[in-house]
Write a protein that binds this ligand. Structure first.
Ligand SMILES: C[S@@+](CC[C@H](N)C(=O)[O-])C[C@H]1O[C@@H](n2cnc3c(N)ncnc32)[C@H](O)[C@@H]1O
Length: 300
């Protein structure tokens, strides 16, 4: 692959997905795209680039973009977001005016193979008593149709279920089918999947009480991050939450959010972005939470 071909591929990737390919990643491009070239009956990346330049190359472009995405995910990844969900976010929702309508919408903005939305669905099921009668919608989106198909099937290898999933949850919510494990249809039906590019207009998705956008912003350039965070702020209800990945932050990128004290990776809207006038008080039914918020000692 020539330097010009590498530049062509990284510009294509950036335009189609926002992903930024750093200098020196030629080896990654080769290992990911040679199989795409071969599948299309081509012998080299030079042939692939020539094919991409043809007028009717939309399908090939999609395959190239999908092949370049990092789809790594696992159940209850980083634990903290799911603890925050249980200890801070859901209690705040229960104490808010939306308790009258008992409805909540959650967006998993880069759902990959489904482990993140299913971890949330399991967590919701585990909180059945508090959330009885609530209508909770989980919309899980991703750019890659391939990962969404896997997510919808809810089938995982032994290795995948061993990463992060407590054994009692495996037993409770999965069935073994041959060498794979399938998540229960009752959990699968809690998640609605949608093929969706984060570069596109978010208004079609509606408004959300929580947005989980984890481990994807790291792959974008600063302008793309700024734009996405600004548009997500407009999709959040005034007392909603944004959850980012462990290596991601809004600091220095967006003034639309403020970190929730003591809760790593959790953000509320700032006053300038239209935050609710006063945050809902920590509900008395959750004294552990009240203590954590008051002392700011919640472990990350
Ligand atoms: C590393 S995975 C993160 C999965 C999950 N959120 C987690 O933290 O475990 C990143 C996902 O972002 C998706 N992605 C990358 N660029 C995207 C874009 N422009 N629009 C939507 N999804 C995108 C990829 O296809 C991939 O599945």
């Amino acid at each position: 692959m020539t330097p010009e071909e590498f530049d062509y591929l990284r510009e294509l990737l950036n335009k189609s997905s926002g992903l930024v390919l750093a200098d020196g990643k030629e080896y990654l491009v080769e290992s990911r795209l040679l199989p795409v070239a071969r599948e299309a009956g081509m012998d080299s990346l030079s042939e692939l680039v020539a094919g991409l330049k043809l007028a009717d190359s939309k399908d090939l472009q999609t395959k190239v973009t999908q092949a370049m995405t990092i789809n790594e995910s696992f159940f209850f990844r980083d634990k903290t977001p799911f603890e925050n969900f249980k200890q801070i976010m859901v209690p705040a929702m229960l104490a808010s005016p939306r308790a009258a309508s008992r409805s909540m919408r959650i967006w998993c903005a880069a759902a990959s193979t489904g482990q993140e939305p299913y971890s949330l669905a399991i967590q919701i099921r585990e909180m059945e008593e508090q959330l009885r009668g609530w209508n909770i919608e989980i919309i899980a989106t991703d750019l890659s149709q391939e990962v969404l198909e896997k997510a919808k099937a809810g089938l995982y290898s032994q290795f995948e279920v061993q990463r992060g999933l407590p054994i009692q949850m495996l037993v409770k919510y999965f069935q073994q089918t041959g060498s794979l494990w399938q998540i229960d249809s009752s959990i699968r039906s809690m998640v609605r999947y949608k093929h969706y590019n984060l570069l596109d207009d978010y208004t079609v998705l509606g408004t959300f009480d929580m947005i989980f956008c984890r481990n994807v912003l790291i792959y974008f350039g600063p302008e793309t991050k700024r734009d996405m965070l600004a548009r997500m702020a407009k999709r959040l209800r005034p007392d909603g939450y944004l959850v980012l990945g462990a290596a991601e932050t809004v600091v220095g990128i967006s003034d639309d959010y403020v970190p929730v004290s003591g809760a790593r990776g959790l953000y509320a809207l700032s006053a300038s972005a239209g935050a609710a006038a006063a945050p809902a008080p920590a509900p008395a039914a959750f004294p552990a939470l009240a203590l954590r918020v008051a002392t700011g000692t919640q472990s990350a």
